[in-house]
Write a protein that binds this ligand. Sequence first.
Ligand code: ZN
Length: 270
Amino acid sequence: MVRVRLTMRDMFLFTLVTTVGLLAAFFYMYESSFAASVSPAFPGGAITISFDDAWDSQFENALPVLLEHNVPATFYVMTNPVKNGDYGYMNEAQVVALTRLGFEIGAHTKSHLDLTALSDEMLVEELVESKEYLEALTDREMFSLAYPFGATNQTVIDALHTAGYTNGRSAAQAPRLGFSAEGQDVFTFGSFSPNTAVPLERMKRAVDQARERNQWFIFSFHQVGQYGGEYDTPPEDFAEIISYISGSEVPVISIANGVERLTASVEFED
Ligand SMILES: [Zn+2]
């Protein structure tokens, strides 16, 4: 008899503990989904204007538009042409001027090679020397890198960690076209490169979608001028899209700022 009573008591306790546990689990799930729906990492969306390769057309043709509309941007600098003073690229004084104006400088490696195809030694050289050069030039710590051709893999990401980068920007992965939702990995987030096949209206729609879906949309521009390249953006188109973004009330943020929010969002979910 005693044994039966104990068993029933055990069963009661077991049921009680299980019920409380299930309720706690449901409450946690409910709270998580509720919190996620009311506190997105990018309320009202976010836009980033980024530039690749350090073309001097960005300084000549894009910078005045950015200053006119008072919007931030991130410039990913390929360092060898800047260091060597190559024709068609920004010079050191221009990169320093961008820093002083408050723009974020990121690295785009030394010489724009496919990082996934390099020896370990060359990989480290491309990542470390470009970072050290830019930090010495701008007198700022630097954390952001854009992969040349958007090409990356786990070996490259591990090398980025070791070199002291906190994030890596890749290329668009269809069908997301560069949208990065909260929880997105900070070493593989995508971006969208406007090219001559993409109508201006499509770019404006991307801005609207970022607002409607509370998403982060990153533009990666190349030449801002018409030189016959696939990724050239005519200056008048650039001016129109920046004016549209500026009037859209979608916050414009730097890469560093967006990554901060992504990281905070990941920690929150844990
Ligand atoms: Zn590039």
